[in-house]
Design a protein around this ligand. Structure first.
Ligand code: AMP
Length: 182
């Protein structure tokens, strides 16, 4: 199974991806975490990514696809993979198809976590990560609307999209996600 956890920033993708990956024994790949690690370690990719991440803008698609391809090839995805924060653009979705088809695999489920924007903004401000200031949050929500939300239609047309209500306790939401992928 290749599961994409999809939704706006602050919707709870990271928390839920971690739980789901543990429950199903799958590899959890978060591009946000990968970029934060690369920035901390000052790798080549980290140097490129820093200004985008700091400003709440998307890291260029080719750089992002490369980090995903390397991680998938290093860890292997034959036991399944939970993608968290990727893809975020149409070009990334197509790059993902190309990477997976090279491994004879395909996206099997896209879980679309839905939470209203007021709740999301409150959650992000409370989280207090470096890119969680009000200005940067607004940029990230705008980027989500313009670049990422159109992928809902893309995956709906393929019949792999599942909407999951993202409000409730962590346990309630993870139970909903689990039943959406089983
Ligand atoms: P996240 O942890 O998913 O909220 O991502 C934090 C930041 O990392 C984003 O605001 C982007 O700057 C960058 N990032 C994460 N995933 C992607 C992606 N798929 N494409 C481009 N940039 C990304």
């Amino acid at each position: 199974m290749i599961i994409v956890l999809f939704g706006a920033p602050g919707v709870g993708k990271g928390t839920q991806a971690e739980i789901l990956a543990k429950t199903l024994g799958m590899f959890h790949l978060s591009t946000g975490d990968a970029f934060r690690t690369a920035i901390k370690n000052q790798t080549e990719i980290g140097m490129v990514a820093k200004s985008y991440v700091d400003g709440g803008h998307l890291v260029p698609d080719d750089v992002t696809a490369k980090i995903v391809e390397e991680a998938m090839k290093t860890h292997g995805v034959s036991n399944g993979c939970i993608l968290d924060g990727f893809p975020r653009t149409r070009i990334q979705a197509e790059a993902l198809d190309a990477i997976l088809s090279g491994m004879d695999m395909a996206v099997t489920h896209v879980v679309n976590l839905t939470v209203d924007y007021d709740t999301i903004t409150q959650r992000l401000l409370a989280r207090g990560r470096a890119d969680d200031t009000e200005q940067v949050i607004n940029n990230r929500l705008q980027v989500y609307e313009n670049e990422t939300a159109p992928l809902i239609e893309f995956y709906k047309n393929r019949g792999v999209l599942r909407d999951v209500h993202g409000l409730g306790t962590v346990e309630e939401v993870s139970a909903r996600i689990l039943s959406a992928v089983q």
